[in-house]
Design a protein around this ligand. Structure first.
Ligand SMILES: Cc1cc2nc3c(=O)[nH]c(=O)nc-3n(C[C@H](O)[C@H](O)[C@H](O)COP(=O)(O)O)c2cc1C
Length: 335
C-alpha cells in the first residue's frame, strides 16, 4: 500500500493525509488536537466521544470547544438512540468536517446503556443511527468499531458491510474484540477481510506506535489509512514522523529530550489557558509519564510531577530533568 500516492476521500471531502488521531476520552481535547495540528498540518483529528444525550441537554459544554485551525476535524458522538444522535449531530454540524459514531468503546458504563461496542450486538440500531444522521445533516458520517463483541462472535465483516449500506462514508476499526478490552495484540490481518468487502475507506487502528508498526499494520491490514491513539501520548510528533516517512522514505530523527520537554511545556501551558491554572495542572498529570518515559531517574521525577501543584515548581523540575540528562551525556562523552 502506497500512502504516498493515494489519499483518502471521505464522502466528498478529499484529505491530504491518510493518518488520523484516534479519539480518546479525557485526552484528545482541543488542546492535544491543536498540538498535533501544529506538528502535522493534514492528518484527520477526532474529538473525544461526546454523549449525544449530554450534548442535546447542554449544547454549549466546554468539551465541544475547538479552535478554528483543527480542520479536518471529526466530532465523535456516542449513544444508541437514532433520533438523539441525529439531533446531536445537527447541533455540531457547522463545526465538524465529519461526524463519527462510536461503536467501539468497551467500557462497562458505556456498553451497559447500549452505547459504544454494545452496538455491535444490535447492528440494526447501529444502521438506524447512521441513516438518521445522514438524513439530518450534510456532512460525511464515519463509524468506528471493533472486530466484534467476543472472539467467537466476531461480526466485523457483516457489520462493516451493513454500515456501508446504511450510508457510512468511512470506517475506523480497532483490531480487537470488546472482550479483549485493551489486552493482547491488535490483529491487523483481520482487517483485510473487511477491506475486500467494502469500497469505503478503512482506517486500521490498534498498537501503531512508530514507523515499523505503521508499515506492518498497513501490509497486513491492506487498510487505506492508520488511526493512532496511545502512540500519540507524549509524542504528538508521531504523525509528522510517519507522514514524512511515507512521503519521502526518510526517517526523521526522534525528538531530543529537550524538544520533548518543550512540547510538554507548551501542552501544559495550553491546558492551563484552556482550563485555568489549578484545573489545568491537575488535568495534565496523566501526561507526564508519557513525555518522560525512558529517561534516567524518570520514576522519581514522575512521582514529584504528578503531585506538584505549583506551576513554578513544575518548571523547575522540568529544567532539572534536562540539566541531569546533559550532565550524564557530558560524563559519557569524556569517558
Ligand atoms: C484513554 C483512552 C480513551 C479512549 N476514548 C475513546 C473514545 O472516546 N472514543 C473511541 O472511539 N475510542 C476511544 N478509545 C480507543 C482509541 O480510539 C483506540 O481505538 C484504542 O486506544 C486502540 O488504538 P491505539 O493502540 O492506537 O491506542 C480510547 C482509548 C484510550 C486509551
Amino acid at each position: 500500500m502506497n500512502m504516498q500516492t493515494k489519499k483518502i476521500k471521505i464522502g466528498n471531502i478529499q484529505l491530504n493525509s491518510n493518518l488520523m488521531l484516534a479519539p480518546m476520552a479525557g485526552i484528545t481535547d482541543t488542546v492535544l488536537r491543536s498540538m498535533v495540528r501544529q506538528m502535522d498540518k493534514e492528518c484527520l483529528l477526532v474529538t473525544e466521544m461526546l454523549s449525544s444525550e449530554a450534548l442535546v441537554n447542554n449544547p454549549t459544554a466546554k468539551i465541544l470547544e475547538s479552535t478554528g485551525f483543527e480542520s479536518p476535524l471529526a466530532f465523535q458522538l456516542s449513544g444508541h438512540k437514532p433520533h438523539l444522535m441525529a439531533k446531536a449531530a445537527k447541533i455540531i454540524e457547522d463545526r465538524a468536517d465529519f461526524i463519527d459514531v462510536n461503536m467501539g468503546c468497551p467500557v462497562k458504563k458505556v456498553v451497559c446503556g447500549g452505547d459504544g461496542s454494545a452496538l455491535m450486538k444490535t447492528p440494526q440500531i447501529a444502521a438506524d443511527i447512521v441513516k438518521a444522521i445522514k438524513d439530518t445533516i450534510n456532512k460525511p458520517v464515519t463509524v468506528k468499531f471493533r472486530l466484534g463483541w467476543t472472539f467467537d462472535t466476531k461480526n466485523f465483516v457483516e457489520f462493516g458491510k451493513l454500515m456501508e449500506e446504511s450510508g457510512a462514508d468511512a470506517i475506523t476499526i480497532h483490531a480487537r474484540t470488546r472482550s479483549q478490552m485493551y489486552a493482547g495484540k491488535a490483529d491487523w490481518a483481520e482487517i483485510s477481510k473487511l477491506k475486500q468487502e467494502v469500497s469505503i475507506p478503512i482506517y486500521a487502528n490498534g498498537d501503531i506506535v512508530n514507523i515499523e508498526t505503521a508499515i506492518e499494520c498497513l501490509n497486513l491490514s491492506k487498510a487505506d489509512g492508520l488511526a493512532i491513539g496511545r502512540g500519540a501520548l507524549g509524542n504528538p510528533y508521531i504523525f509528522k514522523q510517519i507522514e514524512h516517512y511515507f512521503e519521502t522514505g526518510e526517517i526523521l530523527p526522534p525528538q531530543t529530550l529537550a524538544e520533548k520537554i518543550a512540547t510538554l511545556k507548551s501542552h501544559l501551558d495550553w491546558e492551563i489557558s484552556h482550563r485555568g491554572e489549578e484545573n489545568g495542572i491537575k488535568f495534565f498529570r496523566k501526561f507526564y509519564p508519557y513525555y518522560i518515559k525512558g529517561i534516567r531517574g524518570g520514576g522519581a521525577y514522575r512521582g514529584k510531577l504528578v503531585t506538584e501543584d505549583s506551576y513554578q515548581s513544575i518548571l523547575t523540575l522540568l529544567d532539572e530533568i534536562i540539566e541531569n540528562e546533559q550532565k550524564i551525556l557530558h560524563i559519557h562523552s569524556i569517558n
